[in-house]
Design a protein around this ligand. Structure first.
Ligand code: PNS
Length: 162
């Protein structure tokens, strides 16, 4: 079984993430999507909600396993015998930090990182920007799947009412 992992915060999953996960799913037998828990970051969606949205939006690919993980990504990989991390590279601005992480991870356990160039349609896209634009009433419906859009609009309305 050829396995790879697509890691991230996925708060929430965007069309840019889905583009990378779908492309990885065509190259590997199983693609693990790891939702990394960062205790220092308060997300808009809970880890369980993020997992549910990823499961729903990737169900059609047929070979995706979604899990959360608290700790090092290399330990997630080691425990599941995953030799490769697949990440999207949006622009040069991503490169420095991604290269550092790739080199650190390889130095720690030998796990390789493969970079996939994002589709130009999504080169500017991030969950953070989607949340910010949506919170001010901007239209982000073309950047996230419909189910995610609905949940995002609902969550922003809930927060505004608090
Ligand atoms: O979606 P994000 O927030 O850009 O993803 C970053 C993420 C979660 C992939 C990265 O922070 C990560 O791998 N975190 C897990 C903890 C870890 O292994 N840190 C050392 C990286 S060299």
């Amino acid at each position: 079984m050829r396995r790879a992992v697509c890691p991230g915060s996925f708060d929430p999953i965007t069309n840019g993430h889905l583009d990378i996960i779908e492309r990885a799913s065509k190259l590997y037998d199983v693609v693990h999507v790891a939702v990394l828990i960062n205790k220092n970051k308060q997300g808009l969606f809970s880890i369980e909600e993020r997992i549910a949205l990823i499961e729903e939006t990737t169900a059609g690919y047929g070979n995706i396993e979604v899990e959360s993980h608290h700790g090092l990504l290399v330990d997630f990989c080691k425990a599941r015998n995953i030799p490769a991390i697949v990440k999207g590279l949006r622009a040069v601005s991503d490169f420095d930090y991604e290269l550092q992480m790739a080199q650190m991870n390889r130095g720690l356990t030998g796990v390789e990182t493969l970079f996939v160039p994002t589709s130009p349609t999504y080169s500017f896209l991030s969950s953070t920007l989607v949340k910010e634009v949506a919170s001010y009433g901007g239209d982000v419906s073309h950047l996230i799947p419909p189910v995610v859009h609905q949940r995002l609009v609902d969550r922003i309305a809930e927060r505004a009412a608090q």
